[in-house]
Design a protein around this ligand. Structure first.
Ligand SMILES: OCc1cccc(Br)n1
Length: 447
C-alpha cells in the first residue's frame, strides 16, 4: 500500500518505520504519462470490447495465447526505420540485460512458435489480446500504451489464410453494428512494390525500408518521401514509378502494369474471389497505396478505415512469410492482424453505436440488526449459488441510505432481514421495479 500522509523512515535492522507526524503532500494520483487507468465504467467498456474480440476468435476456432509484456530488446531491433522500433520502450534491467516493453505482439508470437518448434502441428490459429507500449516524446501528447487484439495463422501459404482473417474482422465489425457503409478494408500486396522496384534494379535489401517510407506517403509531403527514398539510393525515376504504381485502384490497371503473369495480381484475384464466397466483398477494395508501416510484411497487406475518413486506421495486418527465418528459424508462412482498442471506440462514438453498460446487481441484501448478519450472509450465499448478483450490505445502515444505495446500483430487488419476519421464517422483499413489497420464504426468493 502506498504511504500517504506518513513519512517512511528506514532504520538499520528495523525495516521500514512509519512516522505519521510529518504531513506530506499527496502523491501524484495520475497514472504515468501516456497511460490510462480503467475505473469501473471504463473497464466495463474495455471488457465488453475484449469479450467481442474473444467471441469472434472462438467462433473461428482460434486458441488464445499470451506472453510477457517485457521482452528481450533484440526481438524488436530492426533496421528499416520503422516508427515502432524508433519509439521502443527499452531499458537495461538490474541484471544488465537489454529489455523492452513490447510495441506489438507478432514478434513474441514468432518467438513462441520457434520455441515450440516441431512439437507444433501446423497450421496454428492463435489469438492474443495484450497491452503494447511505445516511448514517444510527449510533444505530440499521444498515448504510450494501447491494447491490441491479434489473430494469426501460421503455416498456410495461400491467401485462404488472409481471407479467414478478413472474415473475422468483418464478423467483429458486424457484431458491433458497423456495416460496409461505415468501414471499408483496403487490400493490396507488397509484391506490387517488389515488382516495381525490380524494374529499377533496386536491391532486395532496400525493400523493407522502402516500404516503411512509402507507408508515410499520405502523412508526409512528397518532397520528404523523395528525400528519404533518395537516401536509400532509389533514383528519382524509380520514385516516379513507385508513386505512380501506388495510385492504382483496380486489378485491371494493376494487370496492365505488371502483366498477366504477375503473382501479386493472381493472389489479389484469388483473395477477392474468396471474399465473394464469404460474402464480405462489399467491405473490400483494392488500393495499391496500402503498404502498412511494418518492415516484415512480404505479401498481402490490408487496413480497415472509416469511410468518412475522420479517423486513423482502425486495424491492419498482412502476410509476413520471412519473420520466423529472420529470427533464425525455418521459413514458415504466416499472416495476421492487429486491432487496437482506441480508434474502434472513436468510431463507435461517431456512429452512435456505443453500448449501454450499467453495473448490474440483482439483489441487495441487508441485515436490519447486528444479530442477523450471519443469516444475511446465508441468504446472500444462497442467492449467489443460484447465479444471482448480490450486493450484501456489510455495515448496519439506515434504510434511507439503503434505498439510495439500491438506486445507485440499479438493483432489481431489496431483501431485508428483520427480527420479526426472520423469527417466523420470512424475509421482507421490495421489488425495485414494481415497488411491490412482500414477505417471502427463502425458497420463494428464487422462484
Ligand atoms: O500502433 C503503434 C503503437 C504501439 C504501441 C503503443 C501505441 Br499507443 N501505439
Amino acid at each position: 500500500r502506498g504511504m500517504v500522509g506518513g513519512r517512511v523512515t528506514t532504520t538499520a535492522n528495523e525495516g521500514i518505520q512509519t512516522d505519521s507526524t510529518t504531513l506530506t503532500s499527496l502523491i501524484s494520483v495520475d497514472p504515468p504519462r501516456g497511460t490510462r487507468d480503467f475505473p469501473p465504467e471504463d473497464m466495463r467498456l474495455r471488457s465488453w470490447l475484449f469479450q467481442h474480440f474473444r467471441e469472434v476468435s472462438r467462433l473461428f476456432a482460434f486458441e488464445e495465447i499470451d506472453f510477457p509484456v517485457l521482452e528481450s530488446e533484440e526481438l524488436f531491433v530492426r533496421k528499416a526505420g520503422e516508427e515502432i522500433t524508433q519509439q521502443l520502450y527499452n531499458f537495461e534491467d538490474k541484471g544488465g540485460r537489454r529489455v523492452a516493453l513490447r510495441p506489438e505482439l507478432t514478434p513474441s508470437l514468432a518467438r513462441l512458435v520457434l520455441q515450440k518448434g516441431k512439437s507444433l502441428s501446423l497450421p496454428l490459429k492463435w489469438f492474443a489480446i495484450g497491452q503494447c507500449w511505445r516511448y514517444e516524446r510527449m510533444t505530440r501528447g499521444r498515448r504510450r500504451e494501447h491494447y491490441q487484439w491479434n489473430m494469426d495463422i501460421i503455416g498456410i501459404s495461400g491467401v485462404e489464410a488472409e481471407a479467414e482473417l478478413l472474415s473475422a474482422i468483418v464478423t467483429f465489425f458486424t457484431r458491433l453494428g458497423i456495416t460496409a457503409s461505415d468501414v471499408g478494408i483496403k487490400i493490396s500486396n507488397r509484391k506490387v512494390l517488389q515488382a516495381v522496384l525490380a524494374r529499377y534494379s533496386i536491391p532486395d535489401e532496400s525493400f523493407a525500408a522502402v516500404c516503411v517510407i512509402v507507408d508515410k506517403i499520405e502523412k508526409l509531403p512528397r518532397s520528404e518521401i523523395e528525400n528519404e527514398l533518395a537516401a536509400l539510393q532509389v533514383p528519382s525515376d524509380a520514385i516516379d514509378g513507385i508513386l505512380q504504381a501506388l495510385t492504382l485502384k483496380s486489378l485491371d490497371d494493376l494487370e496492365d502494369l505488371l502483366g498477366a503473369e504477375s503473382g501479386a495480381v493472381a493472389e489479389l484475384k484469388q483473395l477477392f474471389a474468396l471474399a465473394d464466397g464469404y460474402g464480405f466483398s462489399d467491405w473490400l477494395n483494392f488500393d495499391a497505396s496500402v503498404v502498412r508501416g511494418l518492415a516484415y510484411y512480404t505479401g498481402t497487406v490490408f487496413e480497415a478505415f472509416d469511410r468518412e475518413r475522420k479517423l486513423r486506421a482502425i486495424c491492419g495486418g498482412g502476410r509476413y512469410d520471412q519473420l520466423l527465418s529472420t529470427y533464425g528459424g525455418a521459413d514458415t508462412p504466416a499472416c495476421g492482424f492487429g486491432f487496437g482498442d482506441a480508434v474502434i471506440i472513436e468510431l463507435l462514438k461517431e456512429r452512435k453505436l456505443m453500448p449501454e453498460l450499467g453495473h448490474v446487481v440483482d439483489d441487495v441484501v441487508l441485515a436490519l440488526e447486528d444479530h442477523l448478519k450471519a443469516p444475511a450472509a446465508m441468504v446472500a450465499a444462497h442467492l449467489r449459488n443460484a447465479g444471482r448478483v448480490v450486493d450484501l450490505v456489510l455495515e448496519t445502515k439506515r434504510l434511507k441510505w439503503v434505498f439510495k444505495h439500491t438506486e445507485r446500483l440499479h438493483a432489481k430487488r431489496l431483501v431485508l432481514l428483520g427480527a420479526t419476519e426472520w423469527n417466523r421464517g420470512t424475509l421482507r422483499v421490495k421489488d425495485l421495479i414494481t415497488r411491490e413489497e412482500s414477505d417471502v420464504t427463502l425458497d420463494d426468493l428464487l422462484t
